[in-house]
Unconditional design. Structure first.
Length: 249
């Protein structure tokens, strides 16, 4: 009985749908450019999707984010705090500091590339070329000449005559290598004061015969007090900002 009723309902619904005219939806994409030098809409969409895919890599590898996040992780390990601050807090802090550090670069890109493009004065390719110049200038300022020369040697290409001739393909890995070196140097300096506290506490515990008491339980409060008294967060952030040799820091 239930199967018969279900069959009748399906049959009636089909009859109703047959008598109705369903609306048609048409999606069209403009495939030609209006002006000479302008990209077609399909190419713009492809470039936009590619940019969105590469956005996390661009954020991490072509900005100050790498140095900041590695330094914060070194600080947490040096203090012996395994989960404080949480990863979400450190990543968020690194992101906002990255926006703060890269704001002059963003403003320069807006003035030289985005505004002229929105006003129709330049084409997409010209805007792209202009927008890479401030980023390139920032990376060159942070890249060691030794690291840049290494990648030119590995690629078997002649060294450029000036900074303007440096290619992005060679500059990006050299910049990443320099950032990793700088971040590890900062991490080493962060470890020194906390390591001294660990050594002193461990020596005192051994002298008192308290060898079964973990030194980390005793040294951790002293590390936190030292960090608070020295205003560690402000000192660390100001040092990181000044390490980028930006004019306003």
């Amino acid at each position: 009985m239930k199967k018969t009723a279900l069959f009748i309902l399906v049959f009636l619904a089909a009859q109703i749908l047959v008598g109705q005219t369903l609306p048609s939806v048409t999606i069209s994409v403009k495939d030609s450019a209006n002006q000479k030098g302008e990209l077609a809409s399909t190419v713009k969409i492809a470039l936009l999707l590619t940019l969105l895919t590469l956005a996390p890599a661009i954020l991490m590898m072509m900005t100050s984010f790498t140095r900041l996040i590695i330094s914060f992780y070194f600080l947490r390990q040096a203090m012996g705090l395994q989960g404080v601050p949480p990863n979400q807090v450190m990543i968020g802090l690194s992101l906002f500091l990255t926006l703060f550090i890269m704001s002059p670069v963003g403003l320069k890109i807006n003035e030289t590339a985005i505004k002229p493009y929105n006003e129709g004065k330049i084409t997409e390719m010209e805007a792209l070329n202009r927008s890479t110049e401030p980023i390139k200038e920032f990376m060159l300022r942070q890249t060691r000449e030794k690291d840049l020369a290494l990648f030119y040697q590995l690629s078997n290409t002649p060294r450029p005559a000036s900074k303007k001739d440096v290619g992005m393909i060679t500059l990006i890995p050299a910049f990443i290598l320099s950032e990793l070196k700088t971040a590890f140097q900062i991490g080493f300096l962060l470890y020194i004061p906390f390591l001294i506290i660990d050594i002193v506490v461990a020596s005192i515990l051994v002298a008192l015969g308290m060898i079964f008491l973990p030194p980390i339980m005793v040294s951790l409060p002293f590390k936190i007090v030292l960090f608070i008294v020295a205003d560690g967060w402000a000192l660390l952030m100001s040092s990181l900002l000044r390490s980028f040799n930006m004019g306003g820091f």
